[in-house]
Write a protein that binds this ligand. Structure first.
Ligand code: C5P
Length: 229
């Protein structure tokens, strides 16, 4: 099966802090975004990759991985959904082609997870996303950080990436969300708003998103455990 890869990488990573956007932090000798792209660059089924970058990004073009002829870049937008829409429009996929969207800040995607996602989505339906059933007990707080109540966790999942949809359907969903003034925080949310019900595919707890400096050490340990870096 053939698919395209879209990677939003235009965020400033405010929660991470510092001057260097988090996707360019070094992890076991390579930038986080290089680790995030690696499984797709290594996959012959990936027909093309499009990365959405901040307009003033001068770092991406310096990375060794960017010499791959399948790779394109576009300018991202103010919100993640804008960046994904720009990369979707620029990736070269046809409306019926499958597109995978993967965060630049997720460097530890395992090949087994990718295979599970591709297998699930190719069975048809509204697309699919990697996700993790919630393991911890969930508390809702008031503004004072005191517990107001315990939320039931049954059938609750954390959405990971990659997420996989038909290119035309996802672009339509993102455009409708924008027109309605909504800011979806993942692609599935936009598809859901159109009435779609994407399939949740069990991902790995090691497929972490690097959000704070503490996550860097964790991601490095995961990659080294697998023999990377
Ligand atoms: O900030 P957060 O970790 O949720 O960002 C997830 C991904 O979306 C990151 O790869 C980030 O670079 C990207 N993003 C983007 N355009 C924005 C905001 C975030 O491409 N305007």
């Amino acid at each position: 099966m053939r698919y395209w890869l879209v990677m939003p990488a235009a965020g400033s990573g405010q929660r991470f802090g510092g001057d260097l956007p988090k996707q360019y932090q070094l992890l076991a000798g390579r930038a986080i975004i290089e680790w995030a792209l690696a499984p797709f660059l290594a996959d012959a089924r990936c027909a093309g990759l499009c990365v959405a970058l901040a307009a003033d990004d001068a770092r991406f073009a310096q990375l060794p991985a960017t010499s791959d002829p399948r790779l394109r870049t576009v300018h991202g937008g103010a919100q993640r959904a804008d960046s994904v829409a720009a990369a979707l429009a620029g990736c070269g996929a046809g409306a019926e082609d499958w597109v995978l969207v993967h965060d630049a800040a997720r460097p530890c995607l395992a090949s087994e997870e990718l295979e599970r996602l591709l297998a699930a989505a190719s069975q048809g339906g509204e697309g699919a996303l990697l996700a993790l059933p919630l393991a911890d007990t969930l508390k809702r707080s008031g503004e004072d950080d005191r517990v107001q109540r315990t939320e039931p966790r049954e059938r609750l999942w954390r959405a990971l990436t990659p997420q996989m949809f038909r290119a035309g359907r996802l672009l339509e969903a993102l455009e409708l969300a924008r027109a309605a003034g909504q800011v979806p925080t993942d692609e599935a949310q936009a598809v859901e708003a159109m009435g779609g019900a994407p399939l949740l595919v069990a991902g790995s707890a090691l497929n972490i998103k690097v959000t704070t400096p503490a996550d860097l050490a964790l991601a490095e340990a995961i990659l080294r455990m697998r023999g990377g870096g």
